[in-house]
Design a protein around this ligand. Structure first.
Ligand code: ATP
Ligand code: MG
Length: 275
């Protein structure tokens, strides 16, 4: 399964979730590859790739056609490999566009690795630009992390509209695995309001598991060992562990039936809820 973490909005926990879920799955003895599609390379840094390292850069795969197995980086987390993002993913976007069928580049690059890993997790940059499309096109399913703020809800709606507008660019069988509430702080009235509104609007598309605000998750990237290597007993680690289990259950269901539908599922749920 190739799972992309994406949202129109920045700073909503896409990278933290992609990295922590990749680590949670690897802890369950699954073979996991983390693909960092962001020029900030935060995902790769969070699992031990030194900042500014040119080793293992995805841009060489996307622009120069280098085989992806030549740029894999073994992380300190057992069972987890990473392909690093980097600044050149942004500065060389025109070169990426000049290649034939640019949105399918990652999908094609990953094809030889599909049987090497149980899960491939793709951390997309914010927005629906070329890099995010490359990630979504490669994915069999995607997760949309969002914060419990009104602007987060607004962006979510726009994101699904954007996807519908782009449906000819994306593979028709891509599935929404779920919407994930991150940085949740139930001490505030705003959180209660937004979580309730989100669950009313999107129903079971929203994961039951919520990720609480937890400073350990913000500290973990510096350790390069993921949240489980940093503080496996933290609230953040335990939430991502539970999310991993919930995701696996959903993924199994998804494999058995297509009842969850594509990304149109969330829009339809929204339309139904709003009459
Ligand atoms: N549950 C959490 N509790 C506390 N801090 C968090 C949590 N999740 C993420 N953060 C912090 O919030 C910030 C944004 O998170 P992150 O980088 O994962 O978001 P993003 O959606 O990937 O951002 P971007 O759009 O820039 O790629 C980071 O500093 C991260 O450490
Ligand atoms: Mg990010």
């Amino acid at each position: 399964m190739i799972l992309a973490f994406a949202n129109l909005k920045g700073g909503v926990g896409k990278t933290t979730s992609a990295v922590s879920i990749a680590a949670a799955l690897a802890r369950s003895e699954l073979r996991v590859l983390l693909v960092d599609l962001d020029s900030q390379a935060n995902a790769a840094y969070s699992v031990g790739v030194p900042s500014g390292s040119s080793n293992g850069a995805l841009v060489e795969v996307l622009v120069d056609g280098r085989p992806i197995d030549e740029v894999l980086w073994e992380t300190p987390i057992a069972g987890l490999d990473v392909v690093s993002g980097g600044l050149q993913l942004s500065t060389r976007q025109l070169d990426i566009m000049r290649r034939g069928y640019p949105t399918t580049l990652l999908e094609r690059a990953l094809a030889p690795l599909r049987h090497e890993y149980d899960f491939i997790i793709v951390d997309c940059p914010a927005g629906l630009g070329l890099l995010a499309l490359i990630g979504l096109q490669a994915a069999t399913a995607f997760v949309v992390p969002t914060t419990a703020h009104h602007l987060g809800l607004e962006s979510l709606d726009l994101f699904f509209r954007g996807l519908e507008g782009l449906d000819k660019e994306l593979r028709p069988d891509v599935r929404l695995l779920g919407i994930l509430l991150t940085m949740v702080d139930h001490r505030t009235k705003l959180t209660e309001e937004v979580c309730t509104a989100l669950r009313r609007t999107y129903g079971r598309a929203v994961f039951r598991t919520e990720i609480p605000i937890n400073v350990r998750l913000a500290e973990a990237p510096e350790s390069g060992r993921g949240i489980f290597g940093f503080q496996s007993w933290s609230r953040g680690a335990s939430a991502y562990s539970r999310l991993g289990a919930e995701m696996l259950r959903r993924a199994r269901r998804l494999g058995l039936s297509s009842s969850m539908g594509g990304f149109g599922f969330a829009r339809r749920a929204c339309t139904a809820a709003n009459g």
